[in-house]
Design a protein around this ligand. Structure first.
Ligand SMILES: [Zn+2]
Length: 215
């Protein structure tokens, strides 16, 4: 879910970087990330990034969108301000290719059809806003990708089965943190169920939430 949050400034006290500085910064950041892995794992990460990037280009209809490595365990998202997709290197090593194809197609789908940059920052900060935005936008995105790319439907069902009890866990977490379940959580899940993908027996759950890193 984090992808739909407003971009957090990475260099709050510095002037914005020009393009060449930015790509230098990204290369360094990725070097640091890759240093957490063995040379064999690094090769596997790069290989899978290449395969998945082509799906992101194809679904997003954007053949220049950067597919960068996120911090291990930090999840996946499309950063709409920078127009960058970030992928989780830990998932690349641990999850099946079908699962990975599902998540990258989902992010590519956001690139293609999600337009959220008009939402004022104040709105994003309202309690429940980003949760509800995802509850609406994610099923819409998945329905779109499933029509454009039929294999996606099978991958989505597989990913869904891997985390069947997500709704129960989210509600439990809310109970623990807040002592009650906010209405927006109940409403969000109802909405997700109603936007069930055609011809599918399962409703759709966001890959961000599937990877249990929703905020
Ligand atoms: Zn999403």
């Amino acid at each position: 879910m984090e992808k739909l949050k407003p971009h957090q400034e990475e260099f709050p006290h510095k002037k914005p970087l020009v393009a060449s500085e930015y790509s230098y910064h990204i290369k360094n950041k990725e070097k640091e990330i890759l240093a957490n892995f063995t040379p064999e794992q690094q090769a596997e990460i790069e290989h899978k990034r290449q395969i998945l990037s082509s799906l992101a280009y194809f679904i997003g209809k954007d053949f220049h969108i950067p597919v960068e490595l996120n911090k291990p365990g930090a999840g996946w998202h499309w950063d709409f301000e920078k127009n960058v997709i970030r992928i989780d290197p830990k998932d690349l090593l641990e999850k099946s290719m079908d699962y990975l194809r599902f998540v990258i197609s989902h992010e590519g789908g956001h690139r293609r059809i999600s337009r959220v940059d008009f939402v004022p920052l104040e709105e994003w900060r309202q309690p429940g806003f980003s949760f509800m935005m995802n509850a609406i936008e994610d099923p819409r995105d998945n329905n779109f990708v499933a029509e454009a790319y039929p294999t996606f439907q099978e991958q989505m069902n597989l990913a869904y089965k891997q985390d069947l009890d997500f709704e129960a866990k989210t509600k439990e977490k809310a109970d623990q943190k807040l002592g009650y379940q906010p209405r927006f959580i109940q409403a969000g899940f109802e909405y997700i169920k109603q936007r069930r993908v055609r011809d599918s027996n399962s409703w759709w759950v966001s890959p961000h939430t599937l990877s249990k890193r929703a905020h």
